[in-house]
Design a protein around this ligand. Structure first.
Ligand code: FEO
Length: 347
């Protein structure tokens, strides 16, 4: 439970069960959205053993500085929980923190997958078959794009490892998001696709503009893209008015991305700087990019953008395009031509 709701969590738990009847606590992950209520719970039942990975010990001790009864488990370790049922632990290092772990409940065939296969999404309906399917799909992909992309190699490896155990999975209970009970394998298949340098037939144009001149460039660049390829999906975002997580989802889906910014103080606008810093950390693979922007006198933004996106792992298709002041007819023509060439380069 996330820390601000710790008290409500413990009260709700008390209304479900006598806390003294809790024999074990499984800490699949100690990031504070999962472990934020642990201190409040442990105040009630301080001697209850907590099962976690070796890195979980570091994380729990490092964050809470408590002398709890911590038990380290590794992949394959089992814990009998009565009625013939066992929890089987599966370390999931770097999915997405060093301490991450999943566990599997025999008998009920439930995989408690922790962050994996989850979403930043809540529904009173709780189960995957009861929620809006399109909304769920978008939330799953947005979660993957923003959280798991840099760990894609681990995703593929871990899924294949778990599949090799040949355990029947009737349900996947994530730590946040809906519960997968209808064809839970569907999200596993999607993760294998998303982990493999995923892209669709899409180009995303994302920009930040001081006085609308870079916006005018973006719109003419898109005209050029559509001239060359009428089938490609093109999405346009002003990052100053767009949630970065949404923009990153669209970048994740794209085969090509154009980054735009006016020049300000010999650099780029802060909205674009923030987006590129997030994109850098996500280590996207197999995507092409270039840059554009307007300027009034010095015009450093385009080169700076190209340097940044190149360092972020994008393959540059050109040196980008810059236009002095407001694009005139000639400037607009150059933008259209730039868009045509970019569409051809990413086709
Ligand atoms: Fe890694 Fe849901 O926190």
């Amino acid at each position: 439970m996330w820390k601000p709701f710790a008290k409500e969590y413990v009260e709700n738990l008390k209304s479900e069960i006598d806390l003294k009847k809790i024999d074990y606590i499984i800490a699949n992950h100690a990031e504070i959205d999962h472990s934020g209520a642990l201190c409040d719970l442990m105040k009630e039942i301080p001697d209850t053993p907590i099962y976690c990975t070796a890195n979980g010990v570091k994380s729990l001790k490092g964050q809470f500085h408590q002398d709890w009864d911590l038990h380290v488990v590794k992949t394959g370790d089992k814990l009998s929980i009565g009625n013939g049922k066992e929890l089987i632990f599966i370390e999931a290092t770097m999915l997405h923190w060093p301490d991450s772990m999943m566990c599997y409940l025999t008998g009920d065939n439930i995989l408690f997958s922790n962050d994996a296969f989850g979403q930043h999404y809540a529904s009173e309906f709780m189960f995957n078959d009861l929620v809006d399917q399109n909304e769920l799909y978008v939330e799953c992909m947005k979660y993957y794009a923003n959280i798991l992309t840099p760990f894609s190699a681990f995703v593929t490896k871990k899924i294949n490892e778990v599949l090799s155990f040949n355990l029947p999975v009737d349900m996947i209970c994530t730590s946040h998001g809906i519960i997968w009970r209808d064809d839970p394998a569907q999200i596993i298949k999607k993760y294998l696709q998303w982990a493999d340098a995923y892209k669709e037939n899409q180009i995303t144009v994302v920009y930040d503009s001081m006085w609308e001149n870079t916006r005018i460039m973006a719109e003419h660049i898109i005209q050029g893209i559509k001239d060359t390829d009428s089938t490609v999906t093109v999405k346009l975002y002003n990052i100053a008015h767009t949630d970065k997580n949404d923009a990153i989802l669209e970048i994740f889906k794209s085969k090509g991305v154009l980054f735009g910014s006016s020049t300000i103080n010999s650099g780029i606008l802060s909205g674009m700087a923030g987006l590129i810093e997030e994109v850098r950390g996500l280590k996207f693979k197999g995507k092409k990019a270039s840059s554009f922007g307007s300027y009034g006198w010095s015009g450093e933004s385009v080169k700076m953008l190209n340097d940044l996106v190149s360092k972020a792992g994008f393959e540059l298709t050109s040196e980008g395009i810059k236009v002095l002041w407001t694009p005139d007819d000639e400037g607009k023509k150059q933008c259209i031509e730039f868009g045509r060439k970019f569409a051809a380069d990413v086709k």
